[in-house]
Design a protein around this ligand. Structure first.
Ligand SMILES: *[C@@H]1O[C@H](CO)[C@@H](O)[C@H](O)[C@H]1NC(C)=O
Ligand SMILES: *[C@@H]1O[C@H](CO)[C@@H](O)[C@H](O)[C@H]1NC(C)=O
Length: 395
């Protein structure tokens, strides 16, 4: 009986969520099993690994003020405070967020961040790690967790920015076919790395699409586009993003694979917030330049010792804290979208639904190419997930 009541309150929560377009209300922690969160990728998800990777005392900008300003201290994260995985961790009732995997002598019982600033998928990033190296680091630590626990835990991956910024810098005149060839090599490698994680027992993946890279303040500043975005970088992000859903569908459609995933449309979530005249719909009043840095868009040098960066007064009204990373307030909003937004924003399910999805079952709905732009509303109640299933253990 008690479990039925819980189920009804979840139904109620879904109904409430369906009323709001971009809900900022989530039912954090409620009824979600205590599993781990593992993150991979670049500076977006780096929980402070870089300083341990370099293994020497050096003034990394992200370890200096004003990074971490809104939480009182810089901790190697690229924001004025917490980042998306910190908020997701909070929703999952992970007490102090997940620690950097490279930090010695810490508690990894609720997961770890393997992401390192400047990481790429291809190439040999200077003073960083490729995604493949991060996955191998996970492999070397795998005895810390049981197979069953790994299967139930969440794996979030955000990477690719470094590859495409580097490509555009190296080949500024690349035509459409050269762009496509490069994107194919990047996504092929990404697919291999995800496959490797899956073979190690990971089965719940969250893969946000890449941001419109040409709209990042650092791109607008470097390519001198003023109030416009730099389209060649957006084109690369779009080509990359087009491959993600179908690639993950392929894994998930293998019979008895138990491969579960969801795709967050970060590209359009950013676009909606930065479109001119639209910021009134959201809470961010400055979306075309950064809060901290120097240059036309204040996009360079935040935290660097020899740079006299400007720091905005009211970080919460800026969408970007530095040239390419969101402010804490924006990170919080994005995490809420990941955890509870409708299928126009994240599909085929939310991160919360991914966590409570029964183990060893295949998905019943897959990623659909047109859903992101055409579907406006979450169906009030997704009976197809629940029909014939006893979910009492999951809520
Ligand atoms: C950047 O591109 C160059 C030339 O293609 C390559 O050698 C290098 O490894 C790349 N760096 C990263 C971080 O991908
Ligand atoms: C950013 O947008 C504001 C208003 O929308 C505009 O006044 C300003 O010039 C823009 N900044 C840059 C660097 O283009």
């Amino acid at each position: 009986m008690a479990s039925k009541c819980n189920l009804m309150s979840v139904v109620g929560a879904l109904l409430v969520l369906s009323i709001f377009h971009d809900p900022t209300v989530v039912y954090a922690g409620e009824g979600v099993p205590n599993v781990a969160l593992f993150t991979f990728g670049d500076s977006y998800y780096d929980a402070g690994n870089k300083v341990f990777l370099l293994n020497k005392k050096r003034n990394l900008p992200q370890n200096l003020w004003p990074y971490g300003k809104s939480t009182d201290y810089p901790n190697g994260k690229f924001s004025d405070g917490r980042i998306v995985p910190d908020f997701i961790g909070e929703f999952m009732s992970i007490p102090n967020g997940i620690p950097p995997a490279l930090k010695p002598d810490v508690d990894f019982s609720r997961g770890a961040s393997f992401a390192v600033a400047d990481a790429s998928i291809l190439g040999a990033p200077v003073e960083s790690m490729t995604l493949n190296q991060q996955v191998n680091k996970f492999k070397s630590m795998i005895s810390k967790w049981t197979d069953d626990y790994i299967e139930k835990s969440v794996f979030m991956i955000y990477i690719g920015t470094e590859d495409y910024l580097n490509f555009t810098k190296t080949y500024p005149k690349a035509d459409a076919s050269a762009q496509q060839a490069f994107v194919t090599s990047v996504t092929k490698r990404l697919k291999n790395d995800i496959s490797l994680l899956y073979s190690l027992g990971a089965s719940r993946f969250v893969v946000p699409l890449l941001a419109p890279l040409g709209c990042l303040p650092i791109a607008r500043q470097e390519y001198k586009t003023g109030n416009e975005c730099y389209e060649p970088l957006n084109d690369l992000a779009k080509l990359h993003n087009k491959e993600i859903g179908p690639m993950l569908n392929e894994f998930a459609k293998i019979p008895k694979s138990g491969f579960l995933f969801t795709v967050f449309d970060y590209y359009n979530a950013v676009m909606r917030r930065i479109a001119s005249g639209r910021s009134i719909n959201y809470r961010f009043y400055v979306t075309n330049s950064s809060c901290c840095g120097v240059g036309t868009h204040f996009a360079y040098g935040c935290g660097m010792v020899n740079v006299h960066s400007k720091l905005c007064e009211y970080q919460r009204s800026y969408f970007f804290f530095d040239g390419r990373h969101n402010s804490e307030k924006a990170q919080e909003e994005l995490a809420n979208l990941l955890y509870g937004a409708n299928p126009t924003v994240i599909q085929p399910m939310t991160v919360r639904e991914l966590i409570v999805f029964p183990a060893k079952e295949n998905m019943r709905e897959f990623w659909e190419p047109n859903k992101l732009s055409t579907r406006r509303r979450r169906r009030p109640f997704r009976a197809s997930y629940l029909d014939g299933l006893d979910l009492s253990a999951y809520y």
